[in-house]
Design a protein around this ligand. Structure first.
Ligand code: ZN
Length: 271
């Protein structure tokens, strides 16, 4: 079985995780820019973070036969600082030309504040002007439904944005329709402490089908891990689904979404 983990924060993971992913059949990963666990104080801090994502992490992944792609942004949590956010948005275009950058992400909302919405709209504008794919972070728990509704309505109201070029991530039972009904791609994040479990992930795949949907681990510095992708695949397989559907969800769908960027190129031996 070949896997793509379309959302993982390799910067926070050990090399053991790369070894595990290689053994388990992961051939490519995509890493959105996110919160470091603390608020950064200067634009230079983001500049070095983006260099890490675009220079170093692809080399580290390649040692284990894994292709590493990334996305650029200032995340919703730090977007509360509008001045710093605008400085960061100014340096993003230089990184959009890097060979492994797929687009703008993970942008979205955290607590659904006015400042977060302002910076979200400025990122969407940058993506539209530079014709980038978009990867969306939706808020946690009690803020999720309202935040997902705000995000999808902003995207729908911007006529420059094509829904098939947007991935709405961290979808759950109460938000998946907001993404799917508008034609966006949707991501299920298997992160049992605060998001979806492997069993609920398999339930959602059964209820909503295998079109325009993908599964990720969103592994980061929290209680998470790349194995949740395989656990979900095993649960889905155990329920008797066809091989073609399994490969579609865990490999073909993320590959199809990413292939809308000219940067996405799977090596011949993993394609
Ligand atoms: Zn993330």
């Amino acid at each position: 079985m070949r896997y793509i983990d379309p959302h993982i924060h390799c910067i926070s993971r050990t090399t053991d995780d790369y070894i595990f992913m290689a053994r388990a059949g992961v051939v490519a990963v995509s890493e959105p820019a996110f919160w470091a666990g603390f608020d950064r104080t200067t634009v230079e801090s983001f500049y070095d973070y983006f260099r890490h994502l675009t220079d170093y992490e692809p080399l580290r992944a390649a040692k284990y036969g894994i292709q590493h792609y990334s996305w650029m942004c200032i995340n919703a949590k730090e977007a509360e600082n509008v001045t710093l956010s605008r400085e960061v948005i100014k340096i993003i275009p230089e990184f959009l030309d890097r060979p492994t950058v797929l687009g703008i992400g993970e942008i979205g909302l955290n607590k659904n504040t006015r400042n977060e919405i302002t910076i979200f709209e400025e990122h969407v504008d940058l993506a539209a002007r530079t014709n980038q794919l978009i990867l969306i972070h939706t808020p946690h728990l009690e803020d999720k439904h309202k935040g997902t509704a705000i995000i999808t309505s902003i995207l729908k109201n911007d006529k420059r944005i094509k829904p098939e070029r947007v991935l709405i991530d961290h979808c759950e039972e109460q938000t998946i329709r907001l993404a799917r009904d508008a034609g966006f791609w949707c991501g299920l994040t298997i992160y049992p402490v605060s998001k979806v479990t492997p069993q609920r992930g398999a339930d959602l795949l059964e209820i909503y089908g295998t079109d325009k949907i993908m599964v990720n681990s969103a592994s980061d510095w929290g209680e998470s891990g790349p194995q949740y992708l395989m656990d979900t695949c095993l649960e889905y397989t155990r329920r008797g689904h066809a091989r073609a559907d399994i490969e579609k969800v865990f490999f073909d769908n993320p590959a199809r979404f990413f292939a809308q960027s000219p940067k996405w190129k799977l090596d011949a031996n993993s394609a």
